[in-house]
Write a protein that binds this ligand. Structure first.
Ligand code: DGT
Ligand code: CA
Ligand code: CA
Ligand code: ZN
Length: 586
């Protein structure tokens, strides 16, 4: 475990102990331990642990040193697991309500028997919180609004949907005459699969009209905060949007800061400190000397100038780190050594393999899908409709699949579209890992995608074995949506991803990066290591209509977050290259 991850857990311990009403000295020990940890180098931490000298660090006592060592070496801490288990989960959730800290939660629990949001809501309705020492009517009201808004705000949103809301706002901002520069920052810019809120950043000196426009634009349901240079609004979709306006010479620093991620920022700040510099949303300034970072940044003589983020990274001895990689997962070390990958781009894609037509549960015909792929400039389009067991999705019988193969061959011969169509199928993996068609039929196809669509509640070991058996079928070329998750809707089924990845590599089977904005499965967090080991990827939109082909853009986001280059993605190859790959595989 890295030191930042450990520090975060120490902070969590502090909060949990406070929830339990533990003594303040003990609590403070964890908080200062976390801070002490953040201040030392990763390599230094490893050295101290190896030498058993961690307790010599100021702020880290003997007991804490033991816990840090346990976390660093095993990634787990029994003490923390027991602590978590000893606290009602509803209480921890209460901390998410604005204005609620562990002390207040504790008081509500001890005096009013509050154990979760529902019981807190009830206590407020009965006016009991208002009468409690240290709360009052105003704070009760704030809690009630907090709970009411939680439903709408607390929810995260799919990147695709958030981006559709964000782009017109960004264009609106850029069109304002006062605006010098504008960008969407935050998780949206980093291409996360889900988005908490939108973060807009603007460079301008005449700020009033910009804030006015932002809070009055179409779709604003409520203005939740408004200041001279910033504002927050809630939009119709329930999505929140933050706006911050900064002077032009601070823009790059603010853009970097509000792009995040938090982990990346923490690591960047530490790197700056190691060079005697202080990095913040205000600027890059000397760490030593009088005044706050903000005050120093306002002094041109102290501030390192930066017109682009590349300048900022350069000032810290780094190559430019694309927003997609800024997750605190080794990107800074790679940027220092000029070892950042040449990330795949949307324009690298020449086609995609897993798509549906009206033959199964798609909404457009083969010809319509092909025309749409041609419009996108794709060299090839793979059709992979559902197999016969997926009767709810109108899966194809053997006879219908044979007819579809003929229809595709005829379409290719017609030469009406520049896009070549591959004959595939999305074949169900039956509950025991066998495939849904016999070998003779599967052999007639250009390629076979295999997916789990039923019996999703199997035990992990059973599911893992089932999928690996399907991977070992010689006709299988790709595994569809590894975990079956639907973001914000349905959890993954249980499967040992590591074992499946190893089996896929051993059998030269591709695992798809399902680019449907609801799936983005296999998860980007698994890709870097898997691709390193030799796993091939295909970015597949799983399109059920012509518009769905565009979802490959969401897949590209995740591929980039997974450090993927075009070399490990089959559908960056041209038609001949893909045909060759299929032929070699057979
Ligand atoms: P989200 O909105 O939950 O999808 O995720 P983000 O990453 O957009 O987070 P958000 O909107 O809370 O803040 C935007 C960025 O601002 C975040 O990625 C990093 C920066 N930031 C916000 N709060 C902190 C903080 O407490 N410490 C540091 N180092 N950076 C922060
Ligand atoms: Ca955000
Ligand atoms: Ca935000
Ligand atoms: Zn599908």
């Amino acid at each position: 475990m890295t030191k930042n991850e450990i520090a975060e857990l120490l902070n969590e311990i502090g909060v949990l102990l406070e929830l339990k009403g533990e003594n303040p000295f003990k609590i403070r020990a964890y908080q200062s331990g976390a801070r002490a940890l953040e201040a030392i180098e990763e390599s230094e931490l490893a050295r101290l642990i190896a030498a058993e000298e961690l307790d010599s660090v100021k702020g880290i006592g003997d007991a804490l040193a033991q816990k840090i060592t346990e976390l660093h070496t095993t990634g787990k801490l029994q003490f923390l697991e027991k602590l978590r288990a000893s606290i009602e989960p509803g209480l921890v959730e209460l901390l998410d309500i604005p204005g609620m800290g562990p002390k207040k939660v504790r008081a509500l629990h001890d005096k009013l028997g509050v154990t979760d949001i529902a019981s807190l809501s009830k206590a407020c309705a009965e006016n009991k919180v208002a009468e409690l020492d240290g709360f009052g009517a105003k704070s009760q009201e704030k809690i009630m609004t907090g709970i009411a808004h939680r439903e709408a705000y607390g929810k995260r949103h799919l990147w695709w949907e958030a981006n559709e809301v964000a782009q017109p706002i960004l264009e609106g901002l850029k069109a304002l005459p006062q605006v010098e520069r504008a960008e969407a920052a935050g998780s949206l810019r980093r291409g996360m699969e889900t988005i908490g809120d939108l973060d807009f950043l603007v460079a301008a000196s005449d700020v009033g009209p910009i804030v006015d426009w932002f809070v009055q634009q179409d779709g604003v349901q409520e203005v939740t905060a408004r200041g001279e240079t910033k504002a927050s609004v809630r939009l119709a979709s329930g999505l929140q949007a933050d706006l911050r306006i900064v002077p032009a010479d601070q823009f790059v620093f603010a853009l970097h800061h509000f792009t995040g991620s938090k982990d990346h920022n923490v690591a960047m700040r530490q790197r700056a400190l190691a060079r005697g510099l202080s990095l913040s949303e205000w600027g890059l300034v000397p760490a030593e000397g009088e005044g706050t970072a903000k005050e120093k940044a306002e002094n041109k003589a102290l501030r390192t100038p930066a017109d682009t983020e590349a300048d900022l990274f350069k000032a810290l001895g780094l190559h430019f780190i694309p927003p997609a990689l800024r997750e605190g997962l080794g990107e800074i070390e790679a940027a220092e050594k000029n070892e950042l990958p040449a990330l795949v781009e949307l324009s690298d894609l020449r086609g995609a393999f897993h798509n549906h037509t009206t033959e199964s549960d798609g909404r457009n015909t083969l010809a319509e899908m092909t025309a749409a792929a041609a419009d996108l400039g794709w060299d090839y389009l793979g059709i992979a409709d559902h197999s016969k067991s997926s009767f709810q999705a109108n899966g194809l019988s053997e006879e219908r699949l044979l007819k579809q193969i003929d229809a595709i061959h005829a379409l290719n011969q017609e030469n009406k579209f520049k896009t070549h169509v591959f004959t595939g199928v999305e074949c169900d993996i039956l509950t025991d890992g066998r495939l849904d068609y016999d070998d003779a039929l599967l052999a007639k196809l250009d390629y076979v995608v295999v997916s789990v669509h039923n019996a999703m509640t199997q035990e992990e070991a059973v599911m893992t074995k089932r999928i690996i058996r399907a991977i070992e079928n010689p006709h299988t070329m790709m595994l569809g949506h590894l975990t079956g998750r639907l973001l914000l809707r349905r959890e993954s089924y249980k499967v040992d991803a590591g074992k499946v990845i190893d089996a896929a590599i051993a059998n030269k089977v591709i695992i798809e990066l399902n680019a449907s904005p609801w799936r983005l499965d296999m998860d980007w967090r698994l890709w870097a290591k898997a691709a390193d080991k030799g796993l091939m990827c295909a970015i597949n939109p799983d399109a059920h209509e012509t518009e769905g082909l565009r979802h490959v853009a969401a897949g590209i986001n995740s591929a980039r977050k997974g450090w993927l280059t075009k070399e490990s993605i089959l559908n960056t190859r041209n038609l001949a290259g893909v045909k060759r790959w299929f032929a070699e595989r057979k």
